[in-house]
Design a protein around this ligand. Structure first.
Ligand code: SF4
Length: 972
């Protein structure tokens, strides 16, 4: 129970609809009291304002913060930071495990210093959903789900034991175990309440204060919950930890872009097409770091599931949020997903009492910018081959793919000679793979079938690992031949789409029509279906559509992120060999939201995002160099051509089945006691105790070095002198490049480390699953096989030229793995810098991208621009983000990484966004100094930086604020 402050006199009662009264902090009353024109503010800003008002205690949140935000101006310069106290936190396991490792390490540090370790305790509810670990090893069989789950538990047992320790050690930490769903879909369907309450004493009387559900999550697609009118976004694990420990999440007051939606989607167009269209449109409109708020009649007519698909992709358009206001559709969704009638009534009454209910009309709100989109103009689309914002209208895909194939690598293409286009290659289990020499059309259906039959036997013999019972697909696609543009992965994956029954039912209906017409999927295509909740299985089974998906190889493989996060699992070895040997630009098609290089699969270079029904369609076609509006998708019964329009389901057909997908009792049943329904999880033992007993031999969980030499006084901020460049990068280096989540190569520093500790290569698991071990992760930093360090031209992968002079075995300037160079520099005490281009750190929020950078010894990153979360994570780890001035970059300054660097002007009086000087001295002795902007953006970030990062800052605050002893409690 909390004692309630009411510094603005806005606390009042409202009708709960059950004969009782609740209390709320009234925004209309705040406006009436003359504090600011609240009712003209974007609705998302008003929800943040409610939090600032309710948490205004004159200490963490000041009266000035309330006044500033209540007077938000659409186009003012953005200097003020907002202290946002969120109601809860969601985590996924890749980011959640390292976060729990940090909390455990903080407890260990306090215990070593003689303080009470229980000072470290989440102060808001924390839910971790285990969804990122399952991998598609088995597919195309009815027992693929069980077998993948078995492997998942085998591979991740240590991590899961650690999570179970966390569940008993922390009071407010819950875990949704593996095999239940994907974090954002589980959040939508189950965790999110829309409205929360806590008992409070008001004027010495007990009452219940109600407040909006708000959150941050350690996953960039946390924004999916914006589709249900809930304010929340992705933050780095480092910020989430601070949020858990009672720190507000600080962010610069944002611009709010209003997107006025009108019209309705046409026949044949899906919510995915709309999301890809919005992504492209908003990328162009430069909404990075802004709130996007949808409004108007088009928004009001969209169901929550469609809104959630659009909101999910906010990170792809660069916005902090892609938010839809609260209205009747939200109430309907909460009811349909099993939330109680009483809860829904309170929810609606609360938002009505706050004048926050309903989608605004044009002219009612003052937005920073207003954009227009008529939903009727949206057309079927895909996005790729490398970026989610590169939308392609469906009929143009063939032309665009062929153009990308021919385009030089320096221009972002694949650089293939025209003579290579259309050339096919046989896939063989033997070493003597040979080019097919000729077009796919030169292989007759009979030959193709024979090749397939042989291929299946070869695949099973060749793979010393799980091999699917592949189907033979006479006459379909390429037979045992592949070429540039062959579809080798087709995945119905990702919360983006699997949370939306309309596109999932459309995929099932399309599969049904395809099977009925005799179409089949080529066995070379690795097809999979991995929904974000068991509800999907329920309705696909209830409607009889799963059996058709099964017949095309889209068997259920798991409930988790799978292909979307890069856990697509291995391709059959002969297929992978053929891709490598002939350097083929093979394709994946997936219903995910990201397609950066090497994210989906290390061997697949062209990755296209699309709706689930289009995933099935391209699996049937077997290639992406096809115009599905004119060319047949394949030959059906009696060799008859079948076109996409023949099997595309109508809107009415989908609508007829929607009732099966939103049945409250199904949601209630499937989310009731889910932990108990998972015997494998129950078998995992939990270590007892408040302080974790670290096992020095574990290759999954290790105590990180962040607090091992922790003292109560931070070291003074000093200039950086004599630094060396660890890397010089071009534009769009993603967090996946910096800290890959996917597989660990045997020959990489991380692979060697694991082998030295007796881990067999098949048990390496992924980088994502090893984030509890800093030794693996530091070695994996900048280890993406596709990263290009311009210091070592012509190379790909995590290498650099090393100029360490002392204690180093390699010759000066030799090209070595980045980790080895960093260690050599550390030995001689040389600080490091990284130089980069535009959008440094774009992609998923990934705190290890900042942690690994810090542990390699990088003190500053100078880039042309930064992605929002990664920039703040760098500060959170004590790494200085510096930004080149407009018109300056590594190329204009002719930096090649042979220089030494000094960052001048750093000192105790550092100010947010102040100018500093970057001085570099070339190998020939010429010194050049250029101004750079220090991208520490807010006063609180200055404090974090002065403390060496956010976690030492919080730990020092807690240790200072509390006395030791068994009675000590966490600060609020
Ligand atoms: S399915 Fe994809 S977008 Fe969704 S949580 Fe998993 S990785 Fe993120």
């Amino acid at each position: 129970m909390s004692k309630t402050e009411d510094l603005f006199g806005t606390l009042r009662g409202f009708d709960l609809g059950n004969g009782r009264q609740g209390a709320l902090y009234s925004l209309p009353d705040l406006e009436k009291s003359g504090v600011g024109p609240v009712s003209r503010l974007p609705v998302s800003i008003r929800l943040v304002l409610e939090s600032v008002l309710r948490n205004c205690d004159g200490k963490r949140v000041l009266e000035q913060n309330v006044r500033e935000l209540a007077n938000w101006k659409p186009t003012a310069p953005r200097k003020e930071e907002i202290p946002f106290v969120v109601a809860r936190i969601v985590l996924q396991d890749f980011t959640g495990v390292p976060l729990l490792v940090d909390l455990a390490a903080m407890r260990s540090a306090l215990a070593r210093l003689g303080k009470n370790p229980k000072l470290i305790e989440p102060l808001v509810p924390v839910d971790l959903v285990v969804d990122h670990s399952v991998q598609v090893d088995y597919y195309g069989t009815p027992d693929a789900l069980r077998r993948n789950l078995d492997l998942e538990f085998k591979r991740n047992r240590e991590r899961y034991e650690f999570l179970k320790w966390g569940m008993q050690a922390f009071d407010t930490f819950r875990v949704v175990p593996p095999g239940i769903g994907i974090v954002h879909q589980v959040n939508l369907e189950y965790l999110a309440q829309g409205i929360l309450s806590c008992p409070s004493t008001i004027n010495h009387q007990l009452s219940t204060v109600f407040y909006p559900d708000t959150l941050v999550g350690t996953d960039s697609h946390t924004t999916m919950i914006n589709g249900l009118g809930i304010v929340g976004w992705g933050v780095g694990g480092i910020e989430a930890e601070a949020g858990m420990l009672g720190q507000p999440v600080y962010f610069l007051t944002p611009d709010v872009v209003g997107v006025h939606l009108t019209g309705a989607l046409r026949e044949g167009v899906t919510a995915t097409d709309l999301a890809l269209t919005v992504t492209q449109m908003l990328r162009k409109a430069k909404v990075v770091g802004k709130f996007v708020e949808y409004f108007g009649p088009g928004a009001a007519a969209l169901p929550v599931v469609d809104r959630a698909t659009i909101a999910n992709m906010a990170p792809e358009y660069g916005a902090t949020m892609g938010w839809f206001p609260i209205d009747e559709e939200c109430v309907k969704y909460l009811q349909a997903t099993g939330r109680s009638e009483e809860h829904c009534r309170i929810y609606e009454n609360y938002y009505r009492a706050q004048a926050l209910f309903g989608i605004p009309k044009k002219g009612e709100i003052d937005y920073s910018v207003q954009l227009e989109l008529d939903l009727a103009t949206v057309v079927p689309s895909v996005a790729g081959p490398k970026r989610p914002q590169d939308r392609i209208e469906l009929p143009d895909l063939k032309r665009e793919f062929l153009a990308a194939l021919a385009k030089p690598i320096t221009e972002g293409g694949f650089g293939r000679a025209p003579a290579e286009v259309g050339k096919t290659y046989a896939v063989s289990a033997r070493a003597d793979l040979h080019p097919g020499g000729g077009s796919q059309e030169s292989v007759s259906p009979r030959e193709a079938q024979a090749q397939n039959t042989n291929l299946l036997t070869e695949l099973e013999m060749a793979n010393n690992r799980p091999t699917p019972d592949l189907m033979v697909a006479p006459g379909a696609g390429h037979g045992g031949q592949i070429r540039h543009g062959s579809v080798l992965i087709a995945a119905i994956t990702s919360c983006t789409n699997t949370s939306n029954p309309s596109v999932m039912l459309a995929a099932g209906l399309l599969a049904k029509k395809a099977v009925e017409r005799g179409l089949q999927v080529n066995p070379l295509v690795k097809a999979s279906l991995a929904p974000g909740s068991r509800v999907v299985t329920d309705y696909l089974s209830r409607t009889g559509l799963q059996e058709y998906l099964d017949q095309l190889g889209f068997n259920l493989v798991g409930y988790g992120c799978t292909t979307c996060i890069g856990n697509s699992g291995p391709l059959p070895a002969p297929v992978d060999d053929a891709i490598g040997k002939y350097d083929l630009v093979a394709a994946s098609v997936l219903s995910g939201n990201r397609n950066f290089e090497a994210r989906i699969h290390q061997s697949i270079k062209a990755n296209f995002l699309m709706s689930p029904p289009l995933v099935v369609a391209f699996a049937l076609a077997g290639r992406v160099d096809i115009d599905l509006s004119r060319e047949p998708i394949g030959q059906g019964k009696a060799g008859k051509d079948v076109f996409l329009k023949d099997i595309w389901p109508s809107l009415q057909e989908v609508r007829n089945l929607m009732h099966a997908a939103l049945m409250p009792e199904v949601f209630r049943q499937l989310y009731r006691d889910f932990a108990k329904q998972n015997p494998k999880w129950n078998e995992i033992p939990a270590k007892p105790g408040n302080v974790y007993q670290w096992d020095g031999h574990s290759t999954y969980i290790q105590e990180p070095p962040f607090f091992q030499e922790f003292g109560f006084q931070p070291a003074a901020v000093q200039e950086i002198k004599g630094a060396r460049a660890l890397a010089v990068f071009g534009d769009s280096v993603t967090t996946d490049h910096i800290s890959p989540a996917g597989s660990i190569k045997k020959a990489s520093p991380a692979g060697k480390y694991l082998i030295e500790r007796g881990v067999a290569a098949e048990d390496f698991n992924s980088y994502g699953s090893r984030r509890g071990n800093d030794r693996v992760m530091t070695r994996g930093t900048f280890a993406n096989v596709r990263i290009k360090n311009l210091m070592a031209p012509g190379t790909e992968g995590g290498v650099t030229r090393c100029f360490a002079s002392k204690k180093c075995e390699c010759a000066p300037g030799e090209t070595v793995p980045i980790y080895e160079a960093a260690m050599a520099y550390q030995k001689e005490g040389t600080p490091l810098v990284v130089i980069a281009g535009q959008e440094y750190g774009t992609g998923s929020s990934r705190d290890w991208a900042a942690k690994g950078t810090a542990l390699l010894g990088v003190k500053a990153i100078t880039a042309q621009s930064f992605e929002r979360i990664h920039r703040s994570n760098l500060v959170g780890m004590g790494v200085l983000p510096l930004q080149f001035k407009e018109g300056t970059n590594a190329q204009t300054l002719k930096l090649d990484g042979t220089e030494t660097f000094d960052v001048l002007g750093l000192g105790p009086g550092l100010k947010p966004q102040q100018d500093l000087s970057l001085r570099f001295t070339r190998a020939n002795g010429q010194a050049v100094t250029v101004p750079v902007t220090c991208r520490i953006d807010t006063p609180i970030e200055i404090e974090y930086y002065q403390h060496g990062g956010i976690l030492p800052y919080v730990l020092r605050q807690l240790a200072r604020a509390q006395s030791t002893g068994p009675g000590a409690t966490a600060i609020a």
